[in-house]
Write a protein that binds this ligand. Structure first.
Ligand code: COA
Length: 170
């Protein structure tokens, strides 16, 4: 079934990515991040996790995206046990359109997509030097779980960050 979710942020629209968006998503990725992927990887992510692959657009132009994978494996937050987890694989917003809330909204809506898919945790890797991204994730209740040495090709370390998706019981 087609996911019909749409959210407005000022003049911007957040909506699920469509196959025809992928070339534009790749352009944003190439311009904004050093980590790149093959076109078939984007296709696979959209096919397998459409609820968590979203774009931000303005006047028909894709200016940002988030792409996540639904996984099952060892819990990132609990010492023992397994969990269904949403992995934020890549997120970027074109620099002229930053600090308008698009990055936060993309993460919030992707977390909702993860909940729809039964995930109880979300996690991601982020460069230890990427202060804007780390601040954004911390604002959305992600905590640093550990530091991964040599995670990036250029040798930079990553923080592994994770958040619980289960609302705390009152
Ligand atoms: C990370 C990124 C997606 C944030 O997008 P954005 O649209 O600017 O995000 P928002 O406008 O929602 O900002 C959210 C929070 O991020 C933080 N933030 C954003 N820009 C920042 C900056 N230049 N310096 C410090 N913190 C910043 C702030 O905590 C901000 O909260 P605030 O609105 O209360 O100030 C964007 O900076 C980006 O595309 N960076 C390049 C790609 C990247 O690093 N991706 C993450 C890889 S893990």
């Amino acid at each position: 079934m087609q996911n019909s979710f749409v959210k407005r942020i000022g003049d911007y629209i957040l909506r699920p990515a469509r196959p025809e968006d992928i070339p534009k998503v790749i352009s944003v990725n190439l311009a904004m991040l050093p980590e790149h992927y093959s076109e078939s990887f984007y296709d696979e992510m959209l096919r397998e996790s459409p609820e968590t692959f979203l774009v931000a657009e303005l006047a028909g132009e894709v200016l940002g995206y988030i792409m996540c994978r639904i996984e099952y494996g060892f819990s990132t937050l609990k010492k023992f046990g397994f969990a269904r987890k949403g992995h934020i694989v890549s997120i970027a917003v074109i620099d002229d359109h930053r600090s308008k809330g698009l990055g936060s909204a993309l993460v919030i809506e992707a977390l909702n997509g993860m909940r729809q898919r039964g995930c109880t945790e979300a996690y991601l890797e982020v460069r230890v030097s990427n202060a804007p991204a780390i601040r954004l994730y911390q604002k959305l209740d992600f905590k640093i779980v550990t530091r991964i040495s040599g995670y990036y090709r250029d040798g930079e370390e990553a923080y592994l960050m994770a958040a619980s998706l289960v609302p705390p019981s009152t």
